[in-house]
Design a protein around this ligand. Structure first.
Ligand code: GLU
Length: 485
């Protein structure tokens, strides 16, 4: 390992459709590590499994990372010296390297058919052996191999794993890891369709892209000895490894969709703020070593070190994420919340209308202490986005008594006389009207709230009126008088 090499790390997802929160964590830790060390963060697309390819997945992935504030320095659309950054565009490179390994005696062509492999597997299972390739083609005579290749026979390339001995490597998080060769298979490195497997592609690319630290999920730990062997076969320096702890459900099973959302896109579409999600994900395996819980991206960059990543599985505690979301929301200026709200509205049934920024900022000001999520604005105060379609029956029963219609009619007439009213003007008119009608203020306030919002509670009534504006207020009062007769 070369301690003085510049830091270059990569996030290397397979584009299978959506970004898993575990993937977001891997991307984030790589990004933080790179930025902390003034290094380079590479995005590499690992699309060598053509059967799992999903249309649009790469663009979606890039957009999601972008939303999270994780920006890569090199990658698709940001070509630099180490590209191309999409593996399906690097096939020739893998072929050349597979050939090199064969020439050096570290890999071989294997002509076994899927049927034969299946027979071998069944036999091994019957004998209670761990299924592995029986190395049938490992020592075929050179001439036979040449003839069969010339004859165009379907084949793969496998790496030769030594039959005895062991491979060790250091992991930043796990310490020294050692695996006996006898439990490793002669892994396929080049498939019959001409695509490399993950193992060959990841090693070749990490080397050619000069990756200094491989930071990835623990599920790849068992593949690492094969990678280390390949580095040795090529005579290359092994990168530094850090395998991040597993993500767990609260019941300590592996994080799964069954117990909640796992796609970052789902959190995004539910209206979680990216800062809250990033802050939350940062703590899935890392902590600052003290009581602090709220970290901006900048602060994370400053504080993040691999030394503070633990090896114990990290529990995904969803209520904590909700709490963080509320914290971030409370800290944001109205205009910024309004911007997110605007996006949220576009996706909602209210989305047909275009709301102006100033209007939304006023809604935010009225409601901000009452919400934890941007989507709460829509759920708790839909009346800012469309006139009430129904009126809460319990409130109607309690507040819309016999004289209410008459009182509202009077109020609507009085409001109509106002020029550009502000919140105090509505208040003054209401008080005056109550006095004229010899009614209590509550006898006007409650039916009026019901008429304009359809609900019995919410932010200040005069705030609602001044946000809705005079014409809309009057329209709603008149509708309510009609409908609640
Ligand atoms: N393509 C692998 C994945 O989908 C990357 C594993 C690695 O980082 O080496 O997660």
């Amino acid at each position: 390992m070369e301690p003085n090499k510049p830091v270059r790390v990569r996030f290397a997802p397979s584009p299978t459709g959506f970004l898993h929160v575990g993937g977001l964590r891997t991307a984030l830790y790589n990004y933080l590590f790179a930025k902390h060390h003034d290094g380079v963060f590479v995005l590499r697309i690992e699309d060598t499994d053509q059967s799992r390819k999903v249309e649009g997945a790469v663009e979606n992935l890039i957009a999601t990372l972008d939303w999270a504030g994780i920006h890569y320095d090199e990658g698709p659309h940001k070509e630099a010296n180490h590209g191309p950054y999409v593996q399906s565009r690097r096939l020739e490179i893998y072929h050349n390297h597979a050939r090199q390994l064969i020439e050096r005696g570290h890999a071989y062509n294997c002509f076994c058919t899927p049927e034969r492999l299946e027979q071998v597997r069944q036999k091994q299972i019957a004998m209670k052996l761990a299924p592995a390739y029986d190395r049938h083609c490992r020592d075929l005579p050179t001439k036979e191999v040449r003839d069969r290749l010339n004859g165009g026979e379907r084949h793969v390339v496998r790496m030769k794993v030594p039959v005895s001995g062991e491979t060790s490597f250091n992991d930043f998080i796990r310490g020294r890891v050692t695996i006996a060769h006898k439990i490793l298979d002669d892994q396929v490195i080049l498939k019959s369709d001409g695509f490399p497997t993950y193992h060959l592609a990841v090693v070749v690319d990490d080397h050619l892209m000069e990756i200094s630290h491989v930071i990835r999920g623990e599920e790849w730990l068992s593949s690492t000895p094969k990678h280390v062997l390949l580095y040795q076969y090529f005579d290359w320096v092994v990168p530094n490894y850090a395998h991040l702890p597993l993500l767990l459900n609260p019941d300590k099973t592996k994080l799964s969709k069954r117990q909640g959302d796992v796609a970052v896109e789902e959190y995004r579409s539910k209206g979680y703020l990216s800062e809250a999600l990033v802050n939350f994900v940062a703590f899935l395996g890392w902590n600052p070593g003290d009581e602090r819980e709220i970290f901006s991206m900048q602060e994370l960059v400053k504080e993040f070190t691999l030394e503070r990543v633990g090896k114990a599985g990290a529990v995904f505690n969803a209520p904590k994420l909700d709490w963080l979301n509320a914290q971030y929301l409370r800290r944001k200026p109205n205009s910024e919340i309004a911007r997110v709200l605007k996006e949220e509205l576009k996706k909602s049934p209210f989305g047909r209308k275009e709301y102006d920024d100033e209007y939304l900022a006023k809604v935010v000001e009225a409601m901000r202490e009452r919400v934890s999520f941007v989507k709460d604005f829509l759920e708790k105060s839909p009346y800012f986005f469309s006139a009430p379609k129904e009126y809460d029956p319990a409130v109607v029963k309690k507040r819309w008594n016999s004289g209410a219609g008459i009182r509202m009619m009077k109020l609507s007439d009085e409001f109509a006389k106002l020029q550009d009213p502000g919140k105090e003007d509505y208040e003054a008119v209401l008080e005056r009207t109550a006095d004229t009608l010899k009614a209590g203020r509550g006898d006007l306030i409650h039916p009026l709230r019901l008429a304009v919002s359809g609900m019995g509670a919410g932010p200040g009534l005069y705030d609602i009126l001044s946000i809705l504006g005079k014409d809309e207020t009057i329209r709603r009062i008149n509708t309510a008088i009609e409908r609640l007769k």
